[in-house]
Design a protein around this ligand. Structure first.
Ligand code: NAP
Length: 489
């Protein structure tokens, strides 16, 4: 059952992903999807919408009639208690028709304020009373802070146990985010170096060129810290920093990630100023197009104090990482759309090439998450010719170039994981709670102090100057994401 079946997420991501799974034979013929939203649609209207959404996302779409015949629509206001019984009857009928053995997934692709109400109704009206499995998939944001997240968790836990709850963080479905573990734990050359003896700092950037678009109302209350850092950025750091799990099971991986969250040094009070930088975009010009400031966007307060950019320095207090800064930055209306991780290794103990026409560059391992997917290793090698000068060289691996096909969409992988009952790439409550308690300390300071310099970076740039200074004070600089792109042959 997809709650919010007429919405943007369902149309852009969920239907095309289900279709791809269907075409790959990952969905057997015995499945049914009930779409739920308030507006009044017939099953035929709904099926036609599903076909359109697939056609706009998937190049070659045949068998669409057959695929969409599995979709049923139920017009229903989720706050209206009387309508759940009709939904239950429809679900029971489809259960017998398609021989579903009582297995149900409830996907809440709706605004979070409805999550609790829906979960409670599903239980009270007997929709979760099934012979098979029942699973709840919920979208971010999971709460607004630790308190609201706890409250939401309490509500949904009335109807679902922790192992039946699949909290989506779609970054965890991305091919190269999942690859972090493989790169680290399947290579003899990296794992021995993956610690504070050989790594000087790690930089995680997730930049967007778009502004807030139509999401002004939501974004005003959220800002970049809650929208990106609490979930996606901290999850990537946890995967980079965790210890090798003893087995690749959901529980073992999650338990290692949770240890990283517990080891984050809390940044609070006065330290927020020295460890975190907030930004908000001003007007700017990109490719001769003039772009509005954040404060001029629809549904945004002209005096808004909301941050559209965050840079931060995280410290992980454990044996492996003591002394290694993890720098993160994320923002809207930046120069490039790019999610990249740069692992910078320490300089070698003695440089034999000093005094020649160049100094040595540090070794870098760059993990390209999006839009490029791949890995680049930056080394130094001999410059061709007579002298023994060193020159930087890059070893590139690009997923797309090698396989010749696009890697599966994050939602496609996550939907399949959920159908198969694999919760590894979903966030456990302990991770959610610990990440909120880390982020809350920063947002409390920011909410209580107005940023006088806002707006402080022009649209189309890599953020405010203070974000550069954050690294400069430690003797580092942000590796420019565009210079690091995988070179196309
Ligand atoms: P949206 O386009 O606004 O869709 C909301 C859906 O909820 C519509 O189908 C709407 O249909 C339905 N709805 C609203 N009130 C309802 C009610 N009282 N009873 C029943 N249905 C109701 O939102 P969205 O962008 O798809 O986002 C959905 C969720 O996913 C949000 O939590 C969002 O934060 C999260 N998310 C979205 C994206 C994305 O790419 N869009 C990405 C990450 C996370 P009716 O108006 O017909 O009722």
């Amino acid at each position: 059952m997809i709650f919010g079946a007429t919405g943007d997420l369902a149309n852009r991501k969920l239907y095309p992903s289900l279709y791809r799974l269907y075409k790959k034979g990952k969905l057997a013929e015995n499945f049914a999807v009930i779409g739920i939203a308030r507006r009044s649609l017939t099953n035929e209207d709904f099926q036609s919408n599903v076909r359109k959404s697939v056609q706009s996302a998937v190049e070659c779409s045949n068998d669409l009639e057959q695929f969409s015949s599995h979709f049923y629509y139920h017009s229903h206001d989720v706050t209206d208690s009387s309508s759940y019984l009709a939904l239950k009857n429809l679900a029971n009928n489809l259960d017998s028709h398609y021989k579903l053995e009582g297995n149900r997934i409830f996907y809440l692709a709706m605004a979070p304020e409805f999550f609790g109400t829906i979960a409670v109704h599903l239980k009270e009206d007997g929709l979760t009373d099934v012979a098979g499995y029942k699973r709840l998939v919920i979208e971010k944001p999971f709460g607004h802070d630790l308190e609201s997240a706890k409250e939401l968790n309490k509500q949904i836990r009335q109807a679902f146990s922790e192992d039946e709850i699949y909290r989506i963080d779609h970054y965890l479905g991305k091919e190269m985010v999942q690859n972090i573990e493989v790169i680290r734990f399947a290579n003899a050359i990296f794992e021995p170096l993956w610690n504070n003896r050989y790594i000087s700092n790690i930089q995680v950037t997730s930049s967007e060129v778009l502004g807030v678009e139509e999401r002004g109302r939501y974004y005003e209350k959220s800002g970049a810290l809650r929208d990106m850092v609490q979930n996606h950025m901290l999850q990537m750091v946890a995967l980079l920093a965790m210890e090798p799990p003893i087995k690749l099971t959901t529980d073992e991986i999650r338990s290692e990630k949770v240890k990283v969250f517990r080891a984050f040094r809390p940044i609070e009070g006065e330290e927020v100023k020295t460890h975190f930088v907030r930004g908000q975009y001003a007007q700017g010009t990109v490719n001769a197009e003039s772009l509005p400031a954040y404060r001029e966007e629809t549904m945004v307060d002209p005096q808004s104090n909301t941050e559209t950019f965050v840079a931060g320095k995280l410290l992980i207090d454990n044996f492996r990482w003591a002394g290694v800064p993890f720098y993160i930055r994320t923002g809207k209306r930046m120069k490039a759309k790019s999610t990249k991780i740069v692992i910078q290794f320490k300089d070698i103990p003695m440089n034999l090439y000093y005094g020649k026409d160049q100094t040595l560059n540090p070794n870098l391992l760059v993990i390209h998450i999006q839009p490029d997917e791949g890995i680049t290793l930056h080394l130094n090698a001999k410059k061709a010719g007579q002298q023994l000068d060193a020159t930087p060289v890059k070893l590139n691996y690009a997923n797309k170039g090698i396989d010749g096909i696009n890697t599966p969409e994050a939602y496609e992988k996550l939907l399949l994981d959920c159908i198969s009952g694999d919760a590894t790439n979903f966030t456990h409550w302990d991770e959610v709670a610990l990440s909120w308690s880390f982020v809350d300390k920063i947002s409390q300071v920011w909410e209580n102090t107005k940023e006088d310099n806002f707006p402080n970076y022009p649209a189309g740039t890599m953020g405010p100057k203070a974000a550069d200074e954050l690294l400069e004070q430690d003797g580092y600089f942000w590796w420019p994401v565009t210079d690091l792109d995988i070179e196309k042959c």
